[in-house]
Design a protein around this ligand. Structure first.
Ligand code: AMP
Length: 188
């Protein structure tokens, strides 16, 4: 069976960390929209210049931009040739999820599992502030969490309804969380 996987959860919950380990263990391309935007910003490309104002404010980059870069990436040869992919940080709202489902359908693919890393808000806020990244000031962190709660968290029910949600408690240490993630993927 294919492994078209999504990582869902609040900012700072550990999606990136788990995605890197999953990519290595299961030999899957890791597609992080946040990484794509950060690298575009560092290279001052047109995409980076457009994305910067939203990222700096802790807002979502508009769907037409984000959906476009994901569609482009999912159509690349290395992704098509692999057993699947790991989407980290996408979709982040129900319109993006609808877009993704339709896009995958066009190429006879579907989302196989959604790994929801669950942790309370205060835990992720603490982690984000401790991370010290440029886009992680207190005000921006709080705004990002609010956006995630209102825009992204409805995806938990969205994918629960689709029947492919796997919930993993992400409060424990990294090693423990990842061992549960790994087990879940192995038993797909
Ligand atoms: P991340 O590293 O996933 O937390 O993403 C960092 C920032 O990139 C977010 O705060 C958003 O501004 C932007 N971003 C990443 N993924 C998305 C997405 N799926 N939709 C809209 N904006 C995104």
């Amino acid at each position: 069976m294919s492994k078209n996987l999504l990582l869902l959860g609040l900012p700072g919950v550990g999606k990136g960390t788990n995605a890197v380990l999953m990519a290595k263990d299961f030999n899957l391309p890791h597609i992080s929209t946040g990484d794509i935007f950060r690298s575009a910003m560092a290279n001052q490309t047109e995409l980076g210049i457009k994305a910067k104002q939203y990222m700096d404010a802790g807002d979502l980059v508009p769907d037409e931009i984000t959906n476009g870069i994901v569609a482009e990436r999912l159509a690349e040869k290395d992704v098509l040739d692999a057993d699947g992919f790991i989407l980290d940080g996408y979709p982040r709202n129900t319109d993006q999820a609808d877009f993704l489902n339709n896009f995958l359908k066009e190429t006879n693919r579907k989302v196989d599992a959604v790994i929801y890393l669950e942790a309370p808000q205060d835990v992720v806020v603490k982690r984000l502030l401790g991370r010290g990244r440029a886009d992680d000031t207190q005000e921006v962190v709080e705004h990002r969490i609010n956006v995630a709660v209102s825009e992204t968290m409805p995806l938990v029910d969205y994918f629960k309804k689709e029947g492919n949600l796997i919930t993993i408690n992400a409060v424990a240490d990294e090693k423990n969380v990842y061992s549960k993630v790994k087990q879940a993927i192995e038993s797909l």
